[in-house]
Design a protein around this ligand. Sequence first.
Ligand SMILES: Nc1ncnc2c1ncn2[C@@H]1O[C@H](COP(=O)(O)OP(=O)(O)OP(=O)(O)O)[C@@H](O)[C@H]1O
Ligand SMILES: [Mg+2]
Length: 267
Amino acid sequence: MRDLKLSNVSYEYPGGFLAVEDLSLEIKSGENVAIVGQNGAGKTTTVKLMNGLLRPTRGDVLIGEMNTKDFTTAQVSRIVGYVFQNPDDQIFNATVESEIRFGPKMMKLSPAEEDKRIEEALSLTGMDKFRKENPFNLPLSIRKFVTIAAVIAMGTEVLIFDEPTAGQDLDGNRQLAKILKELHAAGKTIITISHDMEFVAENFEKVIVMANRKIITEGTPKEIFWDFDSLEKAMLKQPHVSRVMCRLGFSEPVISIDEAVEKIYAA
Ligand SMILES: Nc1ncnc2c1ncn2[C@@H]1O[C@H](COP(=O)(O)OP(=O)(O)OP(=O)(O)O)[C@@H](O)[C@H]1O
Ligand SMILES: [Mg+2]
C-alpha cells in the first residue's frame, strides 16, 4: 500500500489563477484524514491534484513511487478514487446500478468479481433500494451516495470524498460515518473534505487546515480545535462542545460530549 506525498506543489488554472501554492504534505497508507478550510481555500484543487485530474504547475505529487506527471488520469484514478463535490459532475448513467457498474466494467474483472463489487458498494452505502432508479430523479443527498458507491466499487486503495456532508441530515451523516469507518477498517486511505466541524471532530484521526491556497497547519482534531490562531486564520468554528467547554473555562482540549461530561463531573 502506497503513501501519498505532495512536495512544494503549486497549481495555476489555465486562466492564470493561482489556486494552491507550495503545498507539502504526506498522508500515510491507511490514514483517515480530513481537509478543512473556508470556501475557495484550495481544497478541491488539492485533492484533484492527488488523483491526477490536475497536474501540478510546480512540484510533485507522488503516490508511492508514482509521480502523477508520468501517468494518465485513468492510471492514477485506479489507485486514488475521487468522489466529486458536485455529484452531477460525475453521474452520467441512466440507472444507479449502471452508474456503479461502469468503473468495475472498464477494469475487465471476472463477471463474479464485478457483481460482488457492485453488491458490496450498494449494500455499504444503502443504495440497493434505488438500484433501478434514474439517479437524476433522486434528491441531491442520495445522488451523493450514488457517487460514493461508484467510487467504492472501483476498489481503489485511496478514497477521496469532497464534501460528502454537504446537504446531509443526521441520518445521512451517520450513514457516512459508518461507510468511512468500514473503509478505514478495511485498510483504505481516506481523505475527506468537510465544512462540518462536528463531523470532522468525531470521525478523523488527522486534520489538515487550508487557508488562502496554503496548508496552514495539521494535527489531531484535539490539537486543531484548540489552536485558536489557526482556527481564526482559516475562519473555522470549534465544534459546539469545545465552545461550551471554553466558555466554562476549561483549558484542556475537549472535542466530544462524553469527554465533556466526564470533565464537568470531575471538576
Ligand atoms: N476551473 C477553474 N478556473 C479558474 N479558477 C478556479 C477554477 N476552479 C476553481 N478556481 C478557483 O480556485 C480557488 C480554489 O478553488 P477550490 O475549488 O479548490 O476551493 P475549495 O477550497 O474547494 O472551496 P469550496 O469550499 O467552495 O469548495 C477558488 O478561488 C476558485 O474560484
Ligand atoms: Mg471545494
